[in-house]
Design a protein around this ligand. Structure first.
Ligand code: GDP
Length: 287
């Protein structure tokens, strides 16, 4: 996908036009990368309306880190955060109650429905969530980012009207680490990043934060000294070798990324609130 300025401008305009009607904004995030998977436009809407942040795919994320993310996000006034995954159908229904609870008291939903705007960058699980909320298949779901969707207005039970994001929301591509995390989570197209680079980024992170999971999952007899050695060791263990005993790094990288995306690698979150804070501070200092 190319995130053209014209397209960003259009999405911004459409959302702005819609905002006066909206009572509550719901942003769907990937629980493994709650900052990187947030859309850069969304903070501009904050403060205006009650905000619900859904940390989706929490089945794939590190529960302890998800808990900290929920606490951190809720520190902002008017923001509620909740961890979720698609198998929790009952829990999904709670979202509707939460939305109503965030509204001023005494509102009569029979007379005036609650208008909720749902936002999310591609592949965070927004369509799956909408389908569960609506109890039927409306939104198209898919494994590849940016399945074509048209703007939708969906009537939910409990007299809530859900407005699906008009236009696509683009992902955050800065700081640089955000791009890698989005690539690893499959939020951005495979054709726009190098598998080897993303795998090296992930290897360094895994060695730093999840050494035990890493060693066990990849059956490494000892911990590698760095990310390059880690890829080479995995090549040997998995037999991803080319002629002449040269490690096939592309094959290793693909296998590592697939293991991460499918969840078999384990519950690994790619960023913590502290990491993001430090990265943003570094960007600010560089400017
Ligand atoms: P959208 O682009 O945000 O609308 O995302 P989709 O709803 O199409 O979902 C993208 C992919 O994520 C699909 O393969 C879904 O099956 C998967 N997915 C959605 N929600 C969850 C979840 O809670 N956990 C896991 N493991 N996968 C999910």
């Amino acid at each position: 996908i190319n995130w053209f300025p014209g397209h960003m401008h259009k999405a911004r305009k459409e959302i702005k036009q819609l905002m006066p009607k909206i009572d509550v904004v719901i942003e769907v995030l990937d629980a493994r990368l709650p900052y990187s998977s947030s859309n850069p436009l969304v903070p501009l809407l904050r403060g205006e309306k009650p905000f619900l942040k859904i940390l989706n795919k929490s089945d794939l994320a590190d529960p302890a880190v998800t808990k900290r993310w929920v606490e951190t996000l809720q520190q902002e006034p008017g923001v509620k955060a909740i961890a979720l995954h698609q198998k929790q159908k009952g829990e999904v229904k709670r979202i509707l109650e939460l939305c109503q609870k965030m509204m001023p008291e005494g509102r009569n939903y029979i007379i005036k429905p609650l208008n909720a705007l749902i936002l999310g960058i591609p592949n965070v699980g927004k369509s799956t969530l909408i389908n569960t909320l609506a109890d039927r298949a409306i939104a198209q779901t898919g494994n590849t980012p940016a399945v074509t969707k048209i703007q939708q207005r969906i009537k939910l039970p409990s007299n809530i009207v859900l407005y699906d994001t008009p236009g696509f929301l683009w992902p955050r591509l800065e700081p640089e680490a955000c791009g890698y995390r989005l690539a690893l989570s499959a939020a951005i197209k495979d054709s726009i990043f190098e598998y080897e680079d993303a795998a090296l980024f992930m290897a360094e992170y895994l060695l730093d934060r999840y050494p035990a999971i890493t060693q066990k999952h990849f059956r490494l007899t000892e911990l590698p000294v760095d990310n390059i050695e880690m890829l080479e060791m995995i090549a040997v263990v998995r037999g991803h070798m080319r002629k002449g005993g040269i490690p096939d790094i592309h094959k290793v990288a693909t296998a590592m990324i697939n293991d991460y995306r499918s969840g078999v690698l384990g519950k690994v979150t790619l960023e913590t609130p502290e990491m993001v804070e430090a990265e943003l501070a570094a960007v600010e200092q560089a400017q």
